[in-house]
Design a protein around this ligand. Structure first.
Ligand code: ATP
Length: 244
């Protein structure tokens, strides 16, 4: 469904992504793991059309995204949950959700009520706090709202950039379970993370270091110690024994 081939992208003269090839099928949850500065958000921005690639292709559902504008890409049915959530803090929970459906494809707007019910079933606390200002929610609740806003547009595919950032382990687990539940409704998922707990809900994993994919495996085959070594310690091989 989403395929990135030979992608190079960056900022000005700086080439951050170097020959990245990866794909996510519509029946998969795929995690892209990597340390700070590896280029994960740059990949997110390239897929969203926020930066234009230097080389390579990004295919989604038969369209080459590198040829489309940011608006055309937004209408293709990809939902984005950006790093830092980017909510409207002075608007209510309900208003933030409505903004999510306002950006939907016209055909998807008919499902506003249904998607809102789905969002509240996933995150009951949001249903209870519909009139609360988004900026006054806890970090975990804000992350839930950012995900709920994205699913208001009834996406076929969802890309999340570090939804676990700054959250307690228990909150992270419930966010990841919700991501899996969204996938179970037929949504392909690319989960960008530094937190290896993401592997527990993933079918496959890519590890990115310094703008390159250095590991591609089924999640069930990844030895946690190996992945933790690679992405936290930059490929060094310290004497780690047992499961990390
Ligand atoms: P993090 O987990 O810290 O967000 P990341 O893997 O998402 O890391 P990127 O944000 O993609 O990494 O950054 C990759 C490289 O690109 C870094 O060296 C960073 O300094 C650089 N970079 C990011 N944004 C810009 C920008 N707007 N202009 C110039 N360089 C940038």
């Amino acid at each position: 469904m989403l395929r990135v081939s030979g992608l190079a992208a960056g900022y000005g003269m700086l080439e951050v992504l170097k020959d990245v090839t990866a794909e996510v099928g519509d029946r998969e949850v795929v995690t892209l793991l990597g340390p700070n500065g590896a280029g994960k958000t740059t990949l997110f921005r390239a897929v969203a059309g926020q930066i234009k690639p230097m080389r390579g292709r990004i295919d989604f559902g038969g369209h080459d995204l590198t040829r489309l504008s940011i608006w055309q890409i937004a209408r293709l049915g990809i939902g984005y949950v950006p790093e830092g959530r980017q909510l409207f803090g002075t608007l209510t929970v309900a208003d933030n959700l409505d903004l999510g459906s306002a950006h939907a494809r016209p055909a998807a707007r008919r499902y506003r009520r249904q998607q809102m019910d789905f969002a509240f079933a996933l995150f009951p606390i949001l249903g209870e706090r519909q009139r609360q200002l988004a900026g006054t929610l806890s970090g975990g609740q804000q992350q839930m709202l950012a995900i709920a806003r994205a699913i208001m547009a009834r996406p076929q595919f969802l890309i999340l950039d570090e939804p676990s950032l700054g959250l307690a382990p228990q909150v992270v687990r419930s966010i990841f379970q919700a991501v899996r539940a969204i996938h179970d409704e037929g949504v392909g998922v690319l989960l960008i993370e530094q937190n290896a707990t993401a592997l527990t809900i993933s079918d496959r994993v890519y590890v990115m270091e310094r703008g390159r994919i250095v590991l591609s495996k089924r999640a069930a085959e990844v030895n946690r110690a190996e992945s933790v070594q690679r992405f936290y310690l930059g490929g060094a091989t310290p004497p780690v024994t047992g499961d990390a």
